[in-house]
Design a protein around this ligand. Structure first.
Ligand code: SAH
Length: 444
């Protein structure tokens, strides 16, 4: 049977009939026997797309983008999408491939190079209930991996894309929350998120810490303030047995580096003798080391970080940590040239590689500090060495540390290969979410 279409609409209807009903079409059957077609030229076009099955506007993905989603990624770049003019930044959009098959729903960004951030691979409504479910699931994960019934500790409750809530970060410090809405879509919905978080996590206060540089990529203003409740002032929380404080609204930083929490506690278990904590910030590693080591030197280039560290030591009645304001590169060199010896060394520098262009310089930096550390370590000494640059993957980091060890003529035992704390999950298909490396090494 053949019919000749009388209009483009009619042609589309016939095309749909050929491929089955809309309901079955959206299931995207993929038969192993169907021949692989060559990728069409980019960018994808909107022309072939029939009316969507829901109200959201449809964004069409290139084949490359569809393959990327199939491989588990959740970000699609602007060069791989065709977007109707009517779509505005922050909207929820329906994704389809070039033949009209449903591919998911996503937040659309009008400013960032990442045009699309996947929310779901299912054809489901994206409403308040959807976000409530996602937040509940994120909280349930934390309750499972790091239960804190007394609410005295800190935890990341929502870790952006890794919790399938792109552009939303929520940290809990004791009974207060600190929230970041980092993209157009979450920023536009921050009142809704505040309501949901108030209902689901029942905090005493919710602080907004949207004074972070990454928002500039989204053309979003720098902003901080209260979303719910009163300014809680400095909030005390526990890390292991160490008391720490975060000033959620007044502090310079958005909080503590919670991704390192478990590594700090673990590092404390290995500490002994003379210990050196480089890039100490508020002394969170140093204070864990101090419980087992005889003496700890904690170094940071920032005077206010050192002051914060001294205060934290005082609060914990810890007297064997000396906070020094110095450039860690200079201090490491001076100590190793002076022939000093340490039994425990921690290196937790800021991200040296912020982009691909700075990768070589970053690797030289990592090698330099690790080389000095290997020179300083006494026989049997332990090195806890970290990198939070996502540009530097595990293999590259390990190779760099190995080069440093080789130059220092030290053999290295690996005790633990660690990453971010369990409340900072990563997505298997999204390498960008796995940025923190922490090696616990011993030099015989
Ligand atoms: N170890 C900390 C986090 C470190 S963040 C913790 O677990 O909480 C990185 C710190 O490195 C910042 O406090 C910054 O002030 C410091 N820093 C950056 N460059 C430095 C340098 N060249 N020498 C010493 N400290 C430096």
């Amino acid at each position: 049977m053949s019919e000749t279409p009388r209009s483009p609409k009619e042609a589309r209807r016939l095309e749909r009939l050929k491929h089955g009903s809309r309901a079955t079409r959206d299931v995207r059957p993929r038969s192993a026997s169907s021949p692989r077609r060559r990728a069409p030229p980019l960018p994808p076009s909107l022309e072939k797309i029939a009316a969507a099955t829901s109200d959201e506007p449809t964004v069409v993905l290139s084949r490359r983008a569809v393959a990327r989603l199939d491989q588990g990624h959740v970000w699609i770049y602007r060069s791989d999408v065709a977007v109707p003019h009517s779509v505005t930044g922050g909207q929820v959009v329906r994704l389809s491939d070039e033949r009209g098959w449903f591919a998911g729903k996503a937040f659309y960004g009008s400013q960032s190079q990442i045009a699309v951030r996947l929310l779901t691979r299912e054809d489901e409504p994206i409403d308040e209930d959807f976000f409530a479910r996602r937040i509940s699931e994120a909280i349930a994960l934390r309750d499972a991996v790091r239960p804190d019934p007394e609410r005295r500790r800190a935890a990341r409750l929502v870790h952006g894309e890794a919790d399938l809530l792109p552009g939303l970060v929520v940290d809990r410090y004791s009974d207060c929350l600190s929230v970041q809405t980092l993209i157009e879509a979450t920023d536009a919905r921050r009142e809704m998120f505040a309501d949901l978080l108030q209902r689901l996590a029942k905090p005493r206060a919710i602080v907004e810490r949207n004074d972070v540089r990454s928002r500039a990529h989204e053309e979003l203003p720098q902003r901080k303030g209260m979303l719910r409740g009163q300014d809680p002032g400095p909030v005390e929380f526990l890390e292991g047995d160490v008391k720490l404080v975060a000033d959620l609204l007044g502090g310079q930083k958005t909080g503590a580096f919670l991704d390192q929490a478990e590594n700090r506690i673990e590092a404390g278990r290995y500490a002994r003798g003379r210990a050196l904590d480089c890039f100490t910030y508020g002394g969170a590693f140093a204070l864990q080391l101090a419980r087992e080591a005889e003496r700890v030197i904690a170094v940071d280039i920032s005077e206010s970080a050192a002051a914060q560290g001294r205060e934290a030591a005082g609060r914990n009645g810890i007297r064997n940590v000396e906070f020094k304001v110095a450039n860690a590169f200079d201090l490491l060199r001076a100590e190793s040239e002076a022939g000093e010896r340490y039994d425990t060394v921690v290196l937790d520098p800021p991200a040296f590689a912020k982009s691909k262009d700075t990768l070589d310089a970053a690797l030289r930096g990592y090698k330099e500090i690790n080389l000095r550390a290997f020179h300083l370590l006494s026989p049997g000494g332990v090195l806890v060495t970290c990198s939070c640059s996502f540009q530097v993957d595990d293999a590259t980091f390990e190779r760099t540390v190995l080069q440093a060890a080789a130059d220092a003529k030290r053999t290295v035992q690996v005790i633990e290969r660690r990453g971010a704390a369990k409340d900072h999950p990563s997505l298997l298909g999204v390498p960008e979410t796995r940025y923190l490396k922490c090696l616990i090494l011993r030099v015989p």
